[in-house]
Design a binder for this molecule. Structure first.
Ligand code: FE2
Ligand code: FE2
Length: 321
């Protein structure tokens, strides 16, 4: 058993008039009810995945690892095994994110002031429960569930501990959900594994709704807030993006990969040298799909969370024009 406790202070709001008054959220609630699916029966779990394709997450020509001679020269069987473990590691991060989203959605049920917002968030709780179920099950087809990375945990805890519900909404619904939706869409295009394709297809549909909730709600809500609160939200958003997509995050992802390779008996000294030579310059990957740049940033701009004050931070990371 592995439990960890954090203390959160969610302000719980009762709402005693039940008439719909945020129509777009009520409409989204209707869509959410219609689009429910069952992780146990709507995924073709019985399919045998092609061992060479199982767990593939990236298009072959866009996976940076494939640019390394070290990787190209590995025996085919070792490459398949490494790919499975690496995919299990990455999907484990999404799995932990799904649990965070489930708990955040349950906080939103309590904390948002509108009945339409509460009803919709209640559907998201079951959506995220389904995502937890589906990813935990898929990952164990590949390998095992890996621990959460520190930066991701910092972001999720900050969202759960935030005192303003609007902060939870921007941090989870716009940033984390946008990252998940963009990543799942990319995986849907790239994977050669039919089981995973179905998993990310259905999941990304749900995540698209979760992002819509954040955008619909926050566009109006942020405009109503006082400047000091807005500044806090803008800073919160930048910190989350930096933690999830900044350089320290990319660097932090290397040690688990090397550890995995060590477990497979590979000499990681030679690999490290090649990685440093070839990947030293982050601009090398500037033209690759990037879910934060392609999905999260445009949405933050839509709700005016990237302002003149904070835009230089994003520009310095190459994430905004
Ligand atoms: Fe989710
Ligand atoms: Fe979600």
């Amino acid at each position: 058993m592995s439990l960890e406790e954090i203390v959160t202070t969610v302000k719980t709001l009762w709402r005693f008039d039940y008439e719909p008054h945020v129509k777009a959220l009520r409409d989204l609630y209707e869509v959410a009810k219609r689009e429910q699916w069952n992780a146990a029966t709507d995924i073709p779990w019985e399919l045998e995945s092609d061992p060479a394709a199982v767990g593939t997450l990236f298009p072959r020509d866009q996976d940076p690892l494939n640019e390394l001679d070290f990787i190209q020269n590995l025996p085919a069987q070792t490459r398949v095994e490494l790919n499975k473990r690496r995919s299990a590691w990455l999907l484990s991060q999404f799995l932990h994110g799904e649990q965070g989203a489930m708990m955040c959605a349950s906080q939103l049920v309590e904390a948002v002031p509108d009945m339409d917002g509460k009803l919709y968030a209640a559907t998201q709780v079951i959506d995220e429960a389904r995502h937890v179920e589906v990813f935990a099950r898929y990952i164990t087809r590949l390998d095992k569930i890996y621990p959460i990375m520190p930066n991701l945990k910092t972001v999720l805890n900050a969202v759960l501990e935030a005192d303003l519900w609007q902060m939870k909404c921007v941090g989870m619904q716009v940033i984390a959900e946008g990252l998940a939706m963009g990543s799942f869409k990319m995986m849907r295009e790239a994977t050669g594994d039919e089981v995973l394709r179905r998993v990310v297809e259905l999941t990304s549909q749900d995540e698209a709704r979760h992002v819509s909730y954040g955008l619909i709600y926050m566009r109006e809500e942020l405009a109503r807030m006082d400047e000091a609160s807005r500044n806090r939200i803008e800073d919160f958003a930048w910190t989350a993006v930096d933690l999830l997509a900044g350089r320290r995050n990319a660097a932090g992802n290397v040690p688990p990969l090397f550890h995995m390779m060590g477990e497979l008996g590979l000499d990681t000294g030679a690999l490290l040298k090649e990685v440093q030579e070839k990947f030293g310059d982050p601009r090398r990957f500037a033209d690759r799909p990037n879910p934060v740049r392609d999905y999260v940033i445009p949405n933050l701009q839509r709700i005016n969370v990237i302002t003149e004050r904070t835009a230089p931070n994003y520009r310095a990371l190459g994430l905004a024009a």
